[in-house]
Design a protein. Sequence first.
Length: 155
Amino acid sequence: MLRAIERDLRRRYAERYRVLRADSGASALDLVRQLKLRGQPLAIAVADQRMPGMSGVELLEATRELYPEAKRVLLTAYADTDAAIRAINDLALDYYLLKPWDPPDEQPYPVVDDLLEAWQERDERGFVLAGPDLGSDGDRPSGWGSRARARRGSR
């Protein structure tokens, strides 16, 4: 499923933005720390609530400490919606998406488009989406997403 979310995000955003992917919460957090050390911005962090090693909420909390201006999206199954609701209140979660999603034109594209617009209004430096690939992609900003796909979301 991780590859599917990466594919969907790259299909829509790779021309303008660097989309990165991480295989676990720990590797995503390492990626975020590397971005911060390099002075690169992070626009959106997407995390699955159920990941190896830590929950999506835990990952987004740690990301918030490093990048308080980054938008935060939690991917969750219907059974985990309570965690998403708590995250909205406790973490200032920007959005949660129920997985799996299909087609991406309904979810996540409209959500990501809106969040990017809001982030860019706040920070004109660049943009980051999702994963562990820190190779040079020119001047395109980067970001990371976590495991899973999402279908319908609410807030």
